[in-house]
Design a protein around this ligand. Structure first.
Ligand code: NAI
Length: 407
């Protein structure tokens, strides 16, 4: 069991956007920033006295780091992925982890739209020829996108937003998703991938990275696409069989492709990019930059720092990736008890019995559970004794208890 008072100190690593520092400073935090990731030992040392930690993809927050950071309240992953954090170990210690799942959605959509138009106008080839001094003015094979049929595979955050913008350009949108999804605007739902592939002239993949999607788009799917179709993948590299794509481009069956993600990507700038798709005409290759814009970085900085502050100030865990999601509007003049516990029957009754036995009045309460954890926020009127807290801490199931005074 852990208890602690909030320390107003935050550590932001890996060049997180300055808006995050501004947000935390405004909330009363003393913020230390570092431009790089820290290794395990350095991180443990740096975390002493730190209550909020901000990282990006290169800092690994292991179980060992968490065990050695008793002051840590919450971790913000200022990126999309969170597999650099031991989420289960963090949850067990009552440390919520937040990320920014849709801060770069719009950026991916804009790149996809740019690429659809570029391929339809054969810009990659025209551009390459101009740089070689070849003036090739011709309308052959160049098309408007207005009125053309776009097939979106994976109708999630990115797929639905792409649907809206493609329609505003006059495209007719078809989509296929394995989950039931509301069709936005005039988009048409396809009941199978085959139906979509046979209906549209441009196919764009926006599926998630679940393991079942490994190699899900290969020879059979390319063969089903209509002749002279365009193909885009800005989701995950491993979902597409690139050897099959190459042969369909070489045969002319696929008229153009735009690929942003690859099964093997260089670990950093400077390492050679190796792919069977190099050297093909009307193929746009980009280095996994779909979500890489300054606007997305800024949005991530604001979004994740906001989540950290909401948790520190009010115990809100909504959109945390590893804890039950709870957010209760604060009631003026109350005192807030934030209690994380093992998810077993009767915990709420025990908490309320302790409060009732001490004549403490509950003004508001909200409980959520997730896997083997339960999380309850209780607003009480301020007059209570230390014995109340001692008894709540002493419960066998208590993982962490925090008290927050309202303004
Ligand atoms: P999301 O989770 O909101 O949507 C994914 C959708 O795909 C869900 O509706 C899901 O039901 C559907 N889906 C999963 N497997 C499917 C299948 N086999 N067939 C049909 N539908 C399937 O995810 P979001 O935010 O829209 O992201 C989509 C993809 O874009 C992810 O793989 C993500 O990693 C990638 N991404 C790439 C970026 C880049 O820089 N290129 C930046 C941001 C995200």
């Amino acid at each position: 069991m852990l208890t602690l008072d909030t320390l107003n100190r935050a550590l932001l690593l890996e060049n997180i956007h300055p808006d995050a520092t501004a947000r935390l400073t405004k909330a009363g935090y003393e913020v230390r920033t570092m431009p790089r990731a820290l290794g395990e030992e350095e991180l443990i040392e740096a975390l002493q006295g730190i209550s909020l930690l901000g990282i990006r993809s290169q800092t690994h927050v292991t179980g060992r780091v968490l065990a050695a950071a008793p002051d840590l309240l919450a971790v913000g992953a200022f990126c999309i992925g969170t597999n650099q954090v031991d989420l289960a170990a963090a949850a067990k210690r009552g440390v919520p982890v937040f990320n920014a799942p849709f801060s770069n959605t719009r950026s991916v959509v804009e790149l996809a739209i740019a690429e659809i138009i570029s391929m339809a106008r054969r810009l990659p080839e025209k551009n390459a020829k101009m740089h070689q001094g070849v003036w090739d003015k011709s309308a052959k094979g160049a098309h408007e996108v207005r009125g053309r049929k776009l097939g979106i595979v994976g109708y999630g955050n990115i797929g639905t937003q792409l649907s809206v913008i493609a329609e505003s350009l006059g495209m007719t949108v078809y989509f296929y998703d394995i989950a039931d999804k509301l069709a936005i605007g005039n988009a048409r739902r396809c009941s199978s991938l085959e139906e979509l592939l046979e209906s549209v002239e441009t196919v764009t993949l926006h599926v998630d990275g679940r393991s079942g999607n490994h190699g899900f788009f290969g020879e059979e799917e390319f063969a089903r696409m209509r002749p002279r179709s365009l193909f885009l993948n800005l989701s995950r590299g491993f979902v597409v069989d690139h050897a099959a794509l190459r042969s369909h481009i070489e045969s002319g069956h696929i008229a153009g492709a735009a690929i942003d993600v690859f099964p093997r990507e260089p670990k950093g700038n400077g390492e050679e990019f190796v792919s069977e798709l190099r050297g093909l005409s009307n193929v746009i290759l980009t280095p996994h930059i779909g979500g890489s814009t300054e606007e997305a970085q800024q949005d991530i900085g604001e979004f994740v720092s906001g989540k950290l502050v909401d948790f520190a100030e009010g115990g809100a865990t909504s959109m945390s990736v590893n804890m039950p999601g709870v957010a209760l509007p604060s009631a003026p003049g109350t005192h807030r008890l934030v209690h994380l516990h093992q998810n077993v029957p009767g915990v709420l009754a025990t908490i309320n019995r302790v409060l009732a036995d001490h004549g403490v009045n509950v003004e508001g309460q909200l409980l959520r559970t997730r896997d083997d954890l339960g999380y309850v926020i209780t607003d009480i009127v301020p007059a209570y004794s230390d014995e109340v807290l001692d008894q709540l801490r002493a419960m066998d199931v208590t993982v962490r208890l925090r008290t927050i005074e309202s303004e």
